[in-house]
Design a protein around this ligand. Sequence first.
Ligand code: ADP
Length: 169
Amino acid sequence: RANKSAHGIFLPHLVASLEQVEQTYIMVKPDGVQRGLVGEIISRFERKGFKLTGLKLFQCPKELAEEHYKDLKTKSFYPTLIDYITSGPVVCMVWEGVGVVASARKLIGSTNPLQAEPGTIRGDLAVQTGRNVVHGSDSPENGKRETALWFKEGELCEWTPAQAPWLME
Ligand code: ADP
């Protein structure tokens, strides 16, 4: 397998862990957009060192919200959850990296923001479960499923960040 960059520099980090590279679907929910927290939330994933491969501002149609949250259909809060997610634009993102799914969940914090640790997005920026500002996939499988649900293939970007050799040895 080729492990040299276009310039012939040996870059093992580019290929060493291709099998372990996961995708996670992260979304700034309508409250996060309305409260002006988009930059703050994006920058937490960016500073951590994950790779952004998809990004768009999007008004979610009801059918998509229902498909995304289909596992919660029987919950009492489901109708208000669908209203909430479709109430204004969301920022849809795909982040890639080794262990990104579990790590993003840690950066996001517990579902109930009052129980989320300080330092996490929900712990720092939210107070109520029904207004918890951000979504993150809960497994690598759901990372793939949700990425395919929210993004068309041509909307994702494969690239090598300049900082890659300084993040992974
Ligand atoms: P998470 O988003 O942390 O993975 P869940 O998958 O359990 O959490 O729930 C999905 C989303 O549904 C939550 O982020 C929250 O917006 C909403 N939700 C979950 N539980 C409640 C609740 N008890 N009341 C209102 N909204 C809820």
